[in-house]
Ligand binder design. Structure first.
Ligand code: NAP
Length: 482
């Protein structure tokens, strides 16, 4: 995974006290073991229905209850409904011409087999090189296959600097965990990294800038973006300096001149950081290997799938296996693709067709007592996920406690409050370089989806403060007391 431990883990004492990580960036097996550990120490499973999909939820204004239906024919009733449906849940499979004609193995990254997939001696094609594609390519490249990676926009990936963690160092650092976790809540991105002394790149000399860049680069992880000068997402010239530094570092790791120019072109073709930067281990060395072919879809676009593989404008690439690492209907898809009805019988899908309206990224107008976590118009993917979720869950718990204390049966955000929340996000976004980029942050990875900033840009610390302040006097909410 891309976020490092212990910050990308629950701050709950029972969860960390008896747990030790093996790696700075744990892999999927270790994460699964961690979830089992959390389940055990927090005793969670007893309250869960597994392998059950919620198909529909409606609010009844007479009983003041949500009715929730599942694909197993079950019905549940709830006073409060929390949508913890995730950001990258609804798979995106582009409408490639001829896809159904392809006779080899075809899988989307989200359906990766549980058992190790044997690719030795196989011809494998991977479309997409977001965070998922990068991880798949650098891994499969070492597994004895003939690998072809189809790249439309090169990933501006940062060095992960993976390393093993010892028991001793974790025992010692557990003495600081509580203060580390507490401090993440007041940072911009939910990581307790040192903040940069000079916020603007133009306040530093070129020598100071280079020194900081190298220091952050060597630390690995998201240090380079989160711990750096702040103006690279607003100022094109600052952004170009970031890009040039990145391109020089990456180009030095690729010997093949053609591959080098495709994956790290000298000429900047995208704004650094406006698509989610990935962390890589040895991605660029992997691309450089002779068993890896790089296809630039900008130079030779994909024409169609055929029985034996993928035809580009250059030729037919034949494959035994094709992996679609083409992403998700991210941030909103898990809510819009469910039949989630408001009090007037409109689905969220319908309500958000021309733009997302939430209040605080936590509630939706005309949907009483419905709450969301890791949600649209919250810091979500712009911050470390765990503190985002913990701040939101604490807020929801505070709301429910306060409602009980004040004999309030239901709260519903006013449309005007949601409209203002939305406008603030979109006007902040106008001052960033995100507006130039086709990314899932902007909803523009999905054909037909409204192009807008889907995430809160004010930083996690501000979000924590603003959401708490809204509870004082129930700002922006209508209350039902009887
Ligand atoms: P993604 O970032 O949306 O990347 C999708 C890739 O598919 C992009 O390279 C995109 O190219 C390409 N693509 C999409 N449609 C295409 C088409 N029609 N033709 C050719 N290429 C196409 O999806 P993802 O890599 O699955 O990552 C999604 C998010 O999941 C990440 O950003 C991250 O938040 C999360 N994630 C986290 C981790 C972790 O370790 N924590 C790991 C993986 C993923 P363009 O850029 O040109 O559109």
């Amino acid at each position: 995974m891309d976020s490092e431990v212990p910050f990308y883990a629950l701050s709950i004492t029972e969860a960390w006290k008896t747990w030790k990580w093996a790696e700075r960036f744990p892999g999927h097996e270790e994460i699964r073991r961690y979830f089992q550990h959390c389940d055990k120490v927090l005793d969670l499973s007893k309250d869960a229905f597994f392998n059950t999909i919620v198909t529909e939820a409606r609010y009844d204004v007479d009983s003041l209850k949500w009715t929730i239906k599942t694909n197993t024919g079950g019905t549940a009733y709830a006073t409060y409904l929390i949508m913890a449906t995730g950001s990258s849940y609804k798979t995106h499979i582009p409408g490639f011409e001829g896809l159904s004609n392809y006779k080899g193995i075809l899988l989307h990254s989200s359906a990766w087999p549980k058992e190790q997939m044997n690719v030795i001696g196989k011809r494998v094609g991977v479309i997409g090189n977001g965070a998922t594609g990068v991880q798949i390519v650098q891994t499969l490249a070492q597994e004895g296959c003939e690998l072809t990676t189809f790249i439309r926009t090169p990933n501006v990936a940062l060095p992960m600097r993976q390393r093993q963690l010892t028991d001793d160092e974790q025992n010692v650092s557990k003495g600081f965990y509580e203060s580390l976790y507490a401090s993440t809540r007041n940072t911009i991105a939910g990581f307790p990294f040192n903040s940069v002394k000079k916020a603007s790149i133009w306040d530093a000399t070129p020598e100071e800038r280079l020194e900081l860049f190298n220091e952050l680069w060597d630390r690995g992880g998201f240090n380079f973006t989160v711990g750096n000068f702040r103006d690279y997402l607003r100022d094109k010239k600052a952004n170009a300096i970031f890009y040039d530094f990145w391109a020089q570092k990456v180009r030095a790791r690729i010997t093949d001149p053609w591959k080098r120019d495709v994956v790290a072109p000298l000429e900047q073709t995208q704004y650094f950081g406006t698509k989610r930067p990935s962390l890589e281990r040895d991605y660029y060395e992997a691309l450089d290997q002779p068993n890896v072919t790089v296809v630039s879809l900008k130079k030779t676009p994909l024409v169609r799938f055929e029985e034996n593989g993928i035809r580009t404008t250059e030729k037919l690439h034949e494959f035994d296996i094709v992996v679609l690492a083409t992403g998700f209907n991210a941030v909103t898809g898990s809510l819009t693709e469910m039949d989630l009805y408001d009090t007037e019988g409109r689905t969220v899908r319908d309500k958000w067709r021309d733009g997302v309206y939430t209040y605080l990224g936590l509630t939706i107008p005309k949907m009483p007592n419905l709450f969301m976590v890791y949600s649209p118009q919250a810091p979500t993917a712009f911050a470390n996920g765990t503190p985002v979720i913990e701040i939101q869950i604490d807020w929801i718990a505070d709301v429910i406690t306060k409602m009980r204390e004040e004999n309030i049966r239901a709260i519903t955000p006013r449309f005007e409050a949601a409209d203002e929340w939305r406008s603030n996000i979109q006007s902040m976004n106008q001052n960033t370089l995100h507006i130039y980029s086709d990314s899932w942050y902007m909803g523009s990875n999905i054909p037909g989806k409204k192009r807008e900033q889907l995430l809160y840009l004010g930083g996690l610390g501000t979000y924590n403060r603003v959401t708490k302040e809204a509870l004082d006097g129930w700002k922006g909410f209508e209350l039902t007391r009887t």
